[in-house]
Design a protein around this ligand. Structure first.
Ligand code: F6R
Length: 347
């Protein structure tokens, strides 16, 4: 199991560059353990009355919520609303609220958790520890303690599968167990993932122009996550867009600019594949790369795309001589948030 010496705010330890990549490569282990832990998480009996789900979380932690919202919409389950700021919705009373913060010290998430609690939400803390865990224990709400990782974003399997397991155990999402198992097994296909990540990293190095990650609407969270992984690990700017929506606005600008390069996240299912390729053709990109989302279910394809994005963004950084792990500008912003807002620190 991964251990770090400090969690304030996270990753105060230095991680060897190769180890960071190796951690992503080994996602199958944390994914399996997190799913089991999520299934086993005991929620107070009153929580079963929940009729909506709210996920509070920022960056790598909030991403888990985007996936659950898309999966619940596609498979069935309670509506999932994702908060990427400090305030839960006014109607949070009666919702199951996952306050997700890898470090447990993100001010926006701490504030969201305490406000949701006071407004009558059924709060669950999902974290490695920090202030969030301490507060949750103090007020008596459940804490799902997740395994450490070299950075919050690298701990995506812990966060996502813990939430998925917990929602499944409570009967609040209808993703079949077989789909979950297949998605975790897919994370064992290291050679294929590495080869495809290398190809993607090489394309990113070798092509020029403003980068757009384009996915069909149900897979949009994977495009957004890819954008974040490229930003944090590869220090690379990208936009994330979805079909059909982008075909009703962005396409006009891409077609005119002539310097757009498109990364297509293709799930290999219709009508999405045809729509994606047609949209990409109309955009007349300077360069196009197709990343196939592998797997036999929507869940597996999302997990595969997420894994690929992580591996490729780290590989890109390593090949460019960059250290993918430090995010000093993000840390500076976190200090700005702490100094300029009155958001609850839960001390
Ligand atoms: C850093 C990372 C960030 C954090 C975000 C919130 O690796 O992924 O996007 O996830 O700053 O921090 P946590 O997850 O600790 O609440």
């Amino acid at each position: 199991m991964w251990r770090v010496s400090s969690t304030v705010p996270w990753g105060a330890c230095a991680v060897a560059r190769g180890e960071f990549y190796g951690y992503y490569l080994g996602w199958a282990g944390p994914a399996r353990r997190a799913y089991a832990a999520g299934l086993a998480l005991e929620l107070p009996s009153g929580y079963s009355r929940a009729d909506c789900v709210v996920v509070c979380g920022m960056g790598g932690s909030g991403a888990a919520g985007d996936y659950l919202a898309a999966l619940s919409a596609a498979y069935g389950g309670l509506p999932v609303y994702v908060v990427k700021s400090a305030e839960p919705p006014r109607w949070v009373r009666g919702c199951l609220v996952y306050a997700v913060s890898f470090s447990g010290n993100t001010r926006e998430t701490l504030n969201c958790a305490s406000r949701a609690y006071r407004l009558g939400g059924y709060v669950v803390a999902v974290t490695t520890g920090g202030r969030l865990a301490a507060w949750a224990r103090r007020v008596g709400v459940p804490v799902a303690v997740v395994e450490e990782a070299p950075a919050p974003r690298a701990g995506w399997p812990q966060l996502f599968y813990t939430l998925l397991g917990s929602l499944k155990a409570a009967g609040l999402i209808q993703v079949p167990g077989g789909h979950v198992e297949e998605s975790i097994q897919l994370l064992g296909e290291r050679e294929r993932a590495e080869a495809e990540a290398r190809e993607l990293a090489e394309w990113l190095q070798g092509s020029r122009g403003s980068l757009v990650v384009l996915a069909p609407e149900p897979y949009y969270p994977v495009a957004v996550r890819t954008r974040s992984e490229l930003a944090e690990n590869a220090k690379l700017t990208a936009d994330a867009a979805q079909v059909p929506e982008a075909g009703h606005n962005m396409l006009e600008a891409w077609a005119r600019s002539g310097d757009t390069r498109i990364l297509l996240l293709d799930p290999g299912e219709e009508p999405w594949s045809t729509l994606l390729h047609q949209a990409a053709g109309l955009a007349r990109p300077a360069s196009l790369h197709v990343a196939r989302l592998r797997g036999g279910s929507m869940l597996s394809r999302m997990v595969w795309g997420t894994w690929l994005a992580g591996l490729a963004s780290v590989r890109y950084a390593l090949d460019a001589g960059l250290d993918p792990e430090p995010v000093k500008t993000i840390k500076a912003f976190r200090r700005v948030v702490e100094e300029t807002t009155g958001w609850d620190a839960l001390d």
